[in-house]
Design a binder for this molecule. Structure first.
Ligand code: NAD
Length: 439
């Protein structure tokens, strides 16, 4: 299990609950020691113009977090499609992620529904089908996958299998005319990523990689702050993603099925976040790996990876991922005029975001929580809207391919103990911003 998203790290912020139950988005701001000091000196006075007086004693509204589009949407009634008009998904692989996150998230979707299940375990599939109202006729196994071609209730195949199986099922899905939503990492080699892109393109099918953090509101807020230069020119990104990976029978410790160890599974979150926040592509990387010979878990894959990516503007990302530490997930993005951080970062929920900058010449910082309102549902609905409106997904195959190119450069750098250059992708790796249509 990718414990980046382990449930026991959730719900650290009780204020999330009422907001998420009401299905509305809320902004919760909190004080911090630095902020209290700024307030005591009256430093944040002008920032208060838009803030609620009742909160004045212990919080401040820093002047950039209000997102008019988001707030306006709060007043807009939900545009839910009736169930029969929603885009139907076949969920391929009924493991932890599918059962604990994706299937429950589909119940929160506005444009998407579960229409079929593909599993090697029919009894399990029958149980799940019963739970989610999937007809027995809509259960398939891996061998009978091609029969989905005749199922008009299914438009998208969501691949939730071990990484080394993503390519095979993407190619099979494209061939039978289904769009593909594929879990991260996209595949286990650049060649496989390219083959997936080519197959979907040849069959005129959409391909999206499930980079859920790019659909998560706090991550999106930070990307927006960076894009609007609220932090000043970006200089540094520091991130860590660790967990103590369970025993050697896990497919995640098998090179053929996983493609690598901590890097593709959890280091990828930091790698992708640095690219997403900066909007830049790294031109070189240096890296090292740890693979302790005495630990039977790491016979085939690395325990940990450290890598530094350098970007053309001078921005640098320093990242670490480990399968050998207690769980810990965080990042801090630093610009010349401010910083933003999440700790915990990268998880399903319980995320916390803080940011700091100068207010009236004094340093102030604050904490903000935006109800995530299920990032998986946002991600899946984005794919559905791309199918409905015939648009390129925000995180298409090209985004997964670029991460895979960088991961291969990271492995090469670690192997050769050299800095490795990375050529620029030929075109933008991202489709249009999802905010206008999904949120
Ligand atoms: P899992 O081990 O819990 O489930 C894998 C599923 O694949 C199981 O149903 C298993 O039976 C099936 N399977 C079929 N053939 C198999 C084989 N040869 N070996 C092993 N399993 C086989 O894994 P998971 O945690 O659900 O991860 C599935 C995918 O989702 C991976 O690509 C992973 O990287 C990704 N993932 C993404 C997130 C996220 O937050 N986006 C989180 C966790 C996992």
């Amino acid at each position: 299990m990718d414990q980046t998203d382990r449930p026991d790290s959730q719900d650290l912020i009780p204020e999330d609950k009422p907001a998420s139950q009401s299905g509305r988005r809320t902004f919760l701001q909190r004080s911090s020691a630095g902020l209290a000091a700024a307030l005591a000196t009256g430093a944040a006075g002008t920032a208060w113009a838009a803030g609620p007086p009742a909160a004045a004693a212990n919080s401040v509204k820093l002047p950039l977090i209000a997102d008019p589009r988001t707030e306006q949407k709060e007043e807009t009634p939900d545009a839910n499609l009736p169930p029969d008009d929603r885009i139907g998904y076949a969920i391929v692989g009924l493991g932890h992620l599918a059962l604990d996150q994706i299937l429950p998230a589909l119940s929160n979707c506005k444009y998407s529904r579960v229409a079929a299940l593909v599993s090697g375990d029919r009894n399990k599939a029958l149980k799940i089908a019963h739970q989610y109202g999937v007809r027995e006729a809509d259960i398939y196994d891996y061998q009978s996958f091609e029969r989905l071609a005749d199922n008009s209730r299914v438009q998208v195949v969501y691949i939730v299998l071990p990484n080394g199986m993503h390519k095979e099922f993407t190619l099979r899905a494209a061939k039978i005319g289904k769009h593909v939503l594929c879990e991260k990492p996209m595949a286990t080699s650049v060649a496989d990523c390219q083959a997936m892109i080519d197959a979907c393109s040849k069959n005129n099918r959409k391909l999206m990689v499930a980079y859920r953090s790019q659909y998560e509101p706090m991550d999106r807020m930070i990307a927006k702050m960076a894009k609007e230069n609220k932090l000043g020119p970006l200089r540094e990104f520091i991130a860590g993603n660790s967990q103590n990976q369970s025993g050697p029978s896990q497919w995640r410790l098998n090179k053929a099925l996983a493609g690598g160890g901590a890097l593709p599974d959890i280091g990828l979150y930091a790698l992708n976040a640095a690219r997403f926040f900066s909007g830049e592509e790294p031109y070189e990387v240096s890296a090292s790996l740890t693979q302790p010979a005495a630990d039977p878990r790491f016979k085939e894959v690395e325990e940990s990876v450290h890598f530094i990516m350098r970007f053309p503007s001078g921005f640098t990302a320093t990242c670490m991922a480990s399968y050998g530490c207690h769980e810990s997930r965080f990042f801090r993005l630093q610009g010349t005029d401010g910083w933003a951080e999440m700790d915990p970062a990268f998880g399903y929920n319980g995320l916390r975001m803080r940011y700091g900058m100068l207010v009236d010449g004094k340093s102030a910082n604050t904490e903000i929580t935006i109800d995530p309102n299920n990032q998986f549902a946002r991600e899946i609905d984005h794919m559905s809207l791309c199918v409905i409106n015939d648009k390129i997904p925000h995180t298409p195959g090209e985004e997964g391919l670029q991460d895979q190119r960088i991961m291969e450069a990271i492995y090469e750098s670690a192997r050769t103990a050299r800095v490795v250059k990375i050529s620029k992708p030929q075109a933008s790796t991202r489709g249009p911003d999802p905010e206008e249509e999904t949120f």
